[in-house]
Design a binder for this molecule. Structure first.
Ligand code: GCO
Length: 434
């Protein structure tokens, strides 16, 4: 299967304007002084595996120049970051101009290092006031999000022309899954009905926000989402139940959200839930200008006659520090699956927890190689953003997992490049054409 293992696709044709970069999110790096659902969650005993929190994280809020300088040294031309809603709107309808001004400074600095910012408006955290009103399931959610999105885009893009590339939500279906099905993330529910309502509301919020942002008439505007996309493989192709379950998860987890953003058919159902649906006006072009894909691997799907009836497990390959299988070949499948929507694809995340940095260099090489294969087979791929530049706060896993090309010493807030930093740097140097 791994036919390319001997011949790295270093010669492959990556487009001249390919976006080479890294990404991270506000809560995971900035330090978090404002009340949010995640801040509460980290303060609740037993919720974070290593009992750490993100109060300081990597102090990116103050040390952003250091990180942009590192990204520049890497040879990157793109940097994905996010805005903390709880900073900008700490109380309902009250905008913190100081926070907006600080984000303006951060993004100006990003640009000054030759890095194109890709800005996510919501990367998992909600202001506490909103989560108390019901969060994603609140009937006000779509309008509250659209007001916030419009405010930020009007300031950073329409007024100051700093951002062209926007993402409304990061991994909406991951929020739905962990927040409302497994309960591992806030609000900690295990309720399929609320899960499907949350998914429906997220699409509504995305559509309303895009509608408002487009009205701002920003030059070269590109709006999307970052969709966590898994390659679901049936445990056995000879077992029709496994095959059907894999197809069901593919539709529910990978495709439904994207499809709703494009067609306006916002209908959600999973076993144990009632149907939540509405038709949205999205116009002929839909509400995605490109498609952000976060790729972390495949999952093997099997069914049983007992609860939970459908289960997923990691494949047999090498595992990272969190026990996730490393599977570059599935990135080709994922690109080909996502390309069915005919939207240019940005790999907005791909990375691994690897404290000793023994797997990361090879990981990057093999995934970029897979991407080269996808491009060769005709998929329009805009860029590759590695997750992440520095170690950061990994949600329910805490500070322990190390996703960085750059190692953090949190006690001194110092940064030290790992060998994989140089590996990625030399790949970029070889493949970057502009
Ligand atoms: C996610 C997020 C990131 C993670 C990264 C590693 O997928 O959960 O977008 O915030 O940190 O994916 O797990």
């Amino acid at each position: 299967m791994l036919i390319w293992q001997n011949k790295f696709a270093m010669t492959m044709n990556f487009p001249i304007d390919f976006m080479w970069g890294v990404g991270h999110s506000s809560f995971q790096v900035e330090g978090s002084p404002q009340d949010s659902d995640w801040r509460e969650w980290t303060r609740t005993p037993g919720k974070i595996a290593d009992s750490s929190n993100a109060e300081l994280a990597t102090d990116f809020w103050n040390r952003y120049e250091e990180d942009f300088a590192l990204a520049k040294e890497l040879g990157a031309n793109t940097f994905r970051l996010s805005i903390a809603w709880e900073r900008v709107e700490p109380r309902r309808g009250e905008w913190d101009q100081g926070a907006l001004d600080h984000y303006k400074k951060i993004i100006e600095s990003c640009r000054s290092f030759g890095l194109e910012p890709v800005v996510t408006l919501q990367h998992f955290t909600l202001p506490l006031w909103l989560s108390k009103e019901g969060g994603l399931c609140s009937e006000n959610f779509a309008l509250a999000f659209a007001d916030y999105a419009e405010k930020v885009a009007a300031f950073l893009s329409a007024e100051h022309s700093l951002v062209k590339w926007w993402m409304t939500f990061n991994e909406p279906m991951v929020m739905v899954n962990f927040g409302y099905i497994t309960g591992a993330w806030p609000p900690g529910l295990k309720n399929p009905d609320q899960a499907m309502l949350a998914a429906k509301n997220l699409v509504g919020a995305h559509v309303e926000a895009v509608y408002r942002i487009r009205k701002l008439e920003i030059d070269d505007l590109k709006v999307s989402i970052a969709q966590h996309w898994r390659h679901f493989q049936a445990k056995s192709l000879l077992n029709p139940a496994h095959v059907a379950a894999a197809a069901f998860l593919h539709q529910l987890f990978n495709r439904n959200f994207v499809s709703a953003c494009l067609t306006g058919k916002n209908f959600w159902w999973m076993p144990g839930s009632k149907i939540h649906g509405e038709m949205l006006e999205v116009g002929d072009a839909g509400t995605l200008d490109y498609l952000g894909i976060n790729y972390y691997g495949r999952l093997i799907v099997k069914t049983s006659l007992k609860e939970p009836y459908i289960a997923v497990e990691e494949g047999p390959g090498i595992k990272n520090d969190l026990g996730w299988e490393i599977c570059p070949i599935s990135l080709v499948n994922v690109c080909e699956q996502a390309w069915k929507f005919k939207l240019p694809i940005l790999i907005s995340e791909n990375g691994l927890a690897d404290r000793e940095d023994v797997l990361r260099s090879r990981f990057i090489r093999d995934h970029i190689d897979a991407l080269g294969r996808a491009i060769e087979s005709g998929v329009d791929v805009l860029g590759y953003l590695h997750w992440s530049l520095t170690d950061n706060f990994e949600w329910a896993e805490g500070l322990e997992p190390r996703f960085g090309l750059v190692a953090m010493d949190y006690s001194k807030m110092t940064r030290k490049v790992r060998p994989s930093f140089s590996a990625y740097k030399s790949i970029i140097a070889k493949l970057k054409k502009s």
